[in-house]
Design a protein around this ligand. Sequence first.
Ligand SMILES: [Zn+2]
Length: 298
Amino acid sequence: MSGLRLMAVHAHPDDESSKGAATTAKYAAEGNDVLVVTLTGGERGDVLNPAMDIPGVKERMPEIRKEEMAKAAAALGVEQMWLGFVDSGLPEGDPLPPVPEGSFADIPIDDAIEALVRVVRTFRPHVMITYDEHGGYPHPDHIRDHDVSMAAYQLAGDPEAFPDAGEPWVVQKLYYTHGFIRDRMVLFSDEFEKNGQESPFAEWLSKWDPSRGDIMGRVTTQVEVSDYFPQRDEALRAHATQIDPNGMFFAVPLEWQKRLWPTEEFELARTRVPTALPETDLFAGVVAEGLDPESVKS
Ligand SMILES: [Zn+2]
């Protein structure tokens, strides 16, 4: 199916390139409208690429991250918009300090929900993507990304919610994107060993807490996206201050990824249309013309 609309809600610029990026590139290439909504400007991001840790970069971080994001969106072939909230930063210390005043995790959540509902009612996505209840990664902006997305999925189609934020639109499915999958790491780790090379994942795997289980048990949907891995990598590299080209993201040769693990993983968290699990398509079961808000009223 083409002519459908997919919306991915991300906390910071670069998250769209490290979480489900090839999937957004695939759906865009197949003739669907794909919108990445970036909730914050990533103003509190550190320079994570040693080659970019040079004078003048930190001072211009907000502008640089906008430029990087534009290049990444072009690489993926998606539309992108900013919601304009301020990065909360990753609090460090014990006990954790409060998030900065006025930052995304500090402001009243209803302000963020209304802003996202407005975007949903304008773009009218059939399917939304967000993070799981742990944020996929325990950053306060990622957890809030989850909370705000869940509320927007619930309320965008409700005529009584935020009546000044546009005509109701019913989103039909909502997914969590899942990246840190142990099975995938093990497969790549074994491949490094088979080739007589040291695995970059060995330390990570040795620290794995077996009581945590694997996120793979929650995956409902695997989308075959190997043709779009090069676009994903180009988008990652566009975030030059955030992604080290010699780091983990680029450790596994593309040929191995295509052969051993050609998919990206998602968990169907909410649906208003029937579908059969497991799935291979985020749009499975979707009704192109949309659902009547009256029909889904709770
Ligand atoms: Zn982030």
